[in-house]
Design a protein around this ligand. Structure first.
Ligand SMILES: [Cu+2]
Length: 148
C-alpha cells in the first residue's frame, strides 16, 4: 500500500511539475517580449541628448569691463576654432578695445556694452589694447587673448 501511495504522490508531483513548466514557458516569453520595448525607450532618448551636444556651436562668451587703466579679466583663453563673443563695457571714461591680428577695433562708450564676435582661427597670444586715449595710463592698458 505504501508503494502505491508513493507512486501516486510521485505521479502528482510529476504532473504538477509538467504543468508548471508548460505554464511558465509562455509566461517567460511574454515577460521577455514586454521588457524589450521598455528597455528600448531610454536607448532612443540617449542619442537625442548627444545630438544636441554635437550640433551646439561652441561659443565662448566673456563679459569684460574696461576702466582706467585695465581690462577685467585681462587675459582670456580659448581653443582654436572656438567662436568667441566678447561683451565689453567701459565703466568710467570712453575706451577702446583692439586686437590687431583679428581686425578688431571698437570704441567703448561709458555704460554701453559692445558685443564683438569672431572665430579664433589663429593660434597664439595676442594683445588686446585700448585704442581710445583715456589718460596717463592709456598706453599700458592692455590684455591678452590666448588661442591654443
Ligand atoms: Cu585708453
Amino acid at each position: 500500500m505504501k508503494k502505491i501511495i508513493l507512486f501516486l504522490v510521485l505521479g502528482v508531483f510529476l504532473v504538477s511539475a509538467c504543468a508548471n513548466q508548460n505554464t511558465q514557458a509562455p509566461e517567460n516569453l511574454v515577460g521577455g517580449g514586454s521588457e524589450v520595448p521598455g528597455q528600448k525607450q531610454p536607448i532612443i532618448e540617449e542619442p537625442a541628448t548627444k545630438d544636441t551636444e554635437v550640433s551646439g556651436i561652441n561659443v565662448k562668451e566673456f563679459k569684460i569691463t574696461a576702466k582706467q587703466f585695465s581690462f577685467t579679466p585681462s587675459t582670456i583663453e580659448v581653443n582654436k576654432g572656438d567662436k568667441v563673443r566678447l561683451i565689453v563695457t567701459s565703466m568710467d571714461v570712453p575706451h577702446g578695445i583692439a586686437i590687431k591680428e583679428y581686425g578688431i577695433n571698437e570704441r567703448l562708450e561709458v555704460g554701453k556694452p559692445v558685443t564683438i564676435e569672431f572665430t579664433a582661427d589663429k593660434e597664439g597670444t595676442f594683445t588686446a589694447y585700448c585704442s581710445v586715449f583715456c589718460g596717463s595710463g592709456h598706453s599700458g592698458m592692455k590684455g591678452n587673448l590666448i588661442v591654443k
